[in-house]
Design a protein around this ligand. Structure first.
Ligand code: AMP
Ligand code: TRP
Length: 344
């Protein structure tokens, strides 16, 4: 027998990511996701969608859902995504995602899903009361990615496990159906200073849309006064800032604020710390507030301007959906053939 290396995926590089329309977008979404999307659109073919099918895994008011989708689209555009470069669309407008998700429901194993920490976090003690959709959520996520044969997925740290599951599903599909290298094994792009922004009220919890305290996060639609006030109220400690990051190891709130400052300025946290060494938070916080207002203010203002013209957003989304379907359809047709569906 010859020892041949298994074939590897050799298709083009493609970026895909999405955000759920299930609450106000915050600084963590902006730095962990949106800023990266905008950068990557210049490097690779890029698909960015609004994950409305994922959003309904928990209750969403049907009267609000479509406008929440437009709000996420407005945030994409306001952060610099260019609809001529990137394909921007609502997930539910591309039924190929759901069709591939069914096939993947039959590839993924229950044991794999049982390990998903995000489900455990969201379901808490009462998992039998959650929707089945919330449980199979990561399988739909794998379909979102692989229906485009995407190779690179920019996300925050919290999505790493879902990306590992996506790779497992891709590898098992390729293996079971003897279609080696049909799907790529996509890579999570989590690096960067904004990969895990923590709550302003608790340095051990991530900044999250679902945190009941609005003071825990800076929302993209907060006005300048609100941003400044939230930064002022951010939890800290009385000690001055030290010279090295190592000394911030047991001061998670302080480390988080330095990290936010660094990410907003596009500098390394060590460098930022050097600038403020010896100073207390009374001096640091107003500088951070100014920086946050300078960076987030224009994004919020542009979102408001765009949201005043929903028809224009809808035009962009409809055009994106058409392009996305054109990219997804041939891949799904191949999957149907590989699986052996009637008529394929
Ligand atoms: P979600 O708010 O869960 O829909 O997340 C949308 C995107 O933002 C995903 O790529 C997340 O990984 C990212 N994200 C959410 N919260 C944070 C955070 N606190 N820090 C960094 N990235 C985040
Ligand atoms: N699960 C992601 C989140 O909560 C959103 C998402 C859905 C996603 N499908 C995706 C992200 C595909 C990247 C790729 O943030």
């Amino acid at each position: 027998m010859t020892d041949q290396a298994p074939p590897v995926y050799s298709g083009p590089s493609r970026v895909l990511s999405g955000v759920q329309p299930s609450g106000a977008l915050h600084l963590g979404n902006y730095l962990g996701a949106l800023v990266k999307f905008t950068r990557l659109q210049h490097e690779m073919d890029t698909f960015i969608f609004v994950a409305d099918m994922h959003a309904i895994t928990v209750w969403q008011d049907p009267k609000l859902l479509a406008s929440q989708v437009r709000e996420i689209a407005a945030a994409y555009l306001a952060s610099g995504l260019d609809p001529k470069k990137a394909t921007i669309f609502p997930q539910s407008a591309v039924p190929e995602h759901a069709e591939l998700a069914w096939v993947f429901n039959c590839v993924a194993r229950l044991g794999w899903l049982d390990r998903m920490t995000q489900f455990k976090d969201k379901a808490g003690k009462h998992k039998e009361r959650e929707s089945v959709g919330l449980y199979t959520y990561p399988v739909l996520q794998a379909a979102d990615i692989l229906v485009y044969k995407a190779t690179h997925v920019p996300v925050g740290e919290d999505q790493r496990q879902h990306l590992e599951l996506t790779r497992d599903i891709a590898a098992k599909f390729n293996h079971d159906f003897e279609a080696p290298a049909f799907f790529p094994l996509p890579e999570a792009l989590t690096e960067g200073p904004g990969a895990r922004i923590m709550s302003l009220r608790d340095g051990a919890a991530k900044m999250s849309k679902s945190d009941p305290s609005d003071n825990s996060r800076l929302n993209l639609l907060d006005d300048a006064d609100t941003i400044a006030q939230k930064v002022r109220k951010a939890r800290t400690d009385p000690d001055p800032l030290p010279a090295t990051l190592e000394e911030l190891k047991d001061r998670p709130e302080a480390l988080n604020l330095i990290g936010i400052y660094a990410a907003l300025e596009g500098r390394g946290p060590a460098e930022v710390l050097t600038e403020f060494t010896g100073q207390g938070f009374g001096a640091f916080k107003p500088k951070l507030a100014d920086l946050a207002v300078a960076r987030l203010g224009p994004v919020g203002a542009e979102m408001r301007r765009l949201m005043a013209d929903p028809a224009e957003i809808d035009r962009i989304l409809a055009d994106g959906a058409q392009r996305a379907r054109a990219a997804a359809a041939p891949n799904l047709a191949q999957v149907k053939k590989i699986v052996g569906y009637w008529g394929s």
